[in-house]
Design a protein around this ligand. Structure first.
Ligand code: 5GP
Length: 169
């Protein structure tokens, strides 16, 4: 099967000393093979621009195992380790954007693509018809724990009220 080269997945990120590239081939949705390059981390957990690699960067780089349900040149989607619903998938940009506050105009296409991927995964998981919930948490009040922007795709059962907390206003 032939391999095709993806556009650079980490646009605009320059290499720093100690960073390494991890290349792997993965099954493309269309059945072909995609040549995938992900940002690797050094032994100290540092990645490009010198920031500490999050657990999600390590998952994207293939350094930590996960159940990947979708991967392309812009996003990776994998099952949450602690599912809060029968279907709980995290859709993550390959580019390490820390929070919604760190989004730039250049990220618009990738962020839009996350919705397209969410739609397709919901379809494949059989939860599109009944419905599902997409959640993006930001910082402390949003309950963000992993500082690599991600979209939660939750479904497979009625999810109840949008927020579990008390009344406001
Ligand atoms: P947040 O609260 O930041 O929006 O959500 C982070 C999510 O990442 C949580 O739902 C948590 O269960 C999930 N998570 C944390 N560590 C791992 C991991 O190592 N693997 C996977 N697959 N999910 C993780």
């Amino acid at each position: 099967m032939s391999e095709m080269a993806c556009p650079k997945p980490y646009d605009g990120h320059t290499k720093v000393a100690g960073a390494r590239e991890i290349f792997s081939t993965v099954d493309a949705p269309a059945g072909g093979r995609v040549f995938f390059a992900a940002a690797g981390t050094s032994d100290a957990g540092q990645t490009r621009r010198g920031h500490m690699a999050t657990i999600f960067e390590k998952i994207i780089a293939g350094e930590i195992p996960s159940t990947i349900v979708h991967r392309d040149e812009r996003v990776t989607a994998f099952r949450d380790i602690s599912p809060q619903a029968p279907v709980h998938v995290l859709i993550v940009p390959n580019k390490p954007i820390a929070t919604v506050n760190d989004i730039t105009d250049d990220d618009e296409r990738t962020l839009g693509h996350m919705f397209v991927v969410a739609r397709d995964i919901a379809q494949k998981e059989g939860i599109a018809e009944n419905g599902f919930r997409l959640i993006v948490n930001c910082n402390k009040h949003g309950g963000q724990v992993v500082f690599h922007l991600h979209m939660h795709l939750l479904g497979g059962a009625p999810l109840g009220p949008m927020l579990a907390g008390g009344k406001h206003g």
